[in-house]
Design a protein around this ligand. Structure first.
Ligand code: G4P
Length: 196
């Protein structure tokens, strides 16, 4: 997605060989026009799959997931990482280990909102090692629903997440694929290259 790649080039900051800072349009301030385009792009890439719900994980996945759900005309659910005051019963939980942040979260949704027969599209802002996506796929399966797609805004293709998600057999679409952050420079995957 060219507009997204251009934004990464213009505003992204390479913090290390593995971490890209995109606080000005994804992770802190959000760019609503870009988010709307991202929603349209995901809706196009996953059209005709009978999607009934969009699922993400708080907090930065909420923007792109909501715009995608709006475009598809379905509800969006965000999994919670913290315990909620009101969300106490009928929960589905999975454990997600963050390698970037070196912490483990219990990720939770209510059984009320994803149910048997739902076709669920999972959306997230980053794909690094893929543990968040795996946790969300697990939640969807526990609900008796079908994980039919994973849509990622920025994939770091040099980490294991791409392979991990592909191995689940769920369709993966990433809007910007980063091949390398070495030398302080963002290098995108050449879309002509084969990537399994
Ligand atoms: P995973 O999401 O693929 O499982 O990988 P990992 O456990 O390493 O990621 C943990 C958190 O760090 C996630 O955010 C993920 O989006 C974020 N992250 C990973 N790599 C990068 C990166 O290069 N740049 C930025 N900006 N974020 C990265 P989170 O903890 O869910 O945070 P948030 O959604 O509340 O913002």
């Amino acid at each position: 997605m060219e507009a997204l790649k251009q934004k990464i080039i213009d505003e992204g900051k390479v913090l290390s060989n593995t971490v890209l800072k995109v606080d000005s349009f994804v992770n802190h301030q959000m760019d609503p026009i870009l988010m709307k385009q991202i929603g349209e792009e995901f809706a196009e890439r996953f059209k005709g799959m009978g999607i009934t719900k969009v699922l993400t994980i708080e907090s930065s996945g909420i923007g792109p997931a909501l715009m995608t759900a709006l475009e598809m005309g379905v509800p969006m659910i965000f999994a919670r990482k913290r315990k909620s005051l009101t969300l106490t019963e009928g929960l589905i939980t999975s454990t997600v280990r963050s390698f970037t942040k070196q912490e483990t979260n219990e990720v939770t949704i209510s059984r009320d909102f994803i149910t048997e027969g739902d076709n669920v599209l999972i959306i997230d802002d980053f794909l690094a090692v893929g543990q968040a996506a795996l946790g969300l796929i697990d939640i969807v399966k526990q609900a008796g629903a079908n994980p039919v797609g994973v849509g990622i805004v920025i994939e770091k293709s040099f980490q294991d997440g791409h392979k991990t998600v592909k191995e689940t057999g769920v369709k993966l679409e990433s809007l910007a694929k980063i091949a390398s952050l070495e030398g302080g420079k963002v290098q995108f995957v050449n879309e002509g290259d084969q990537q399994s």
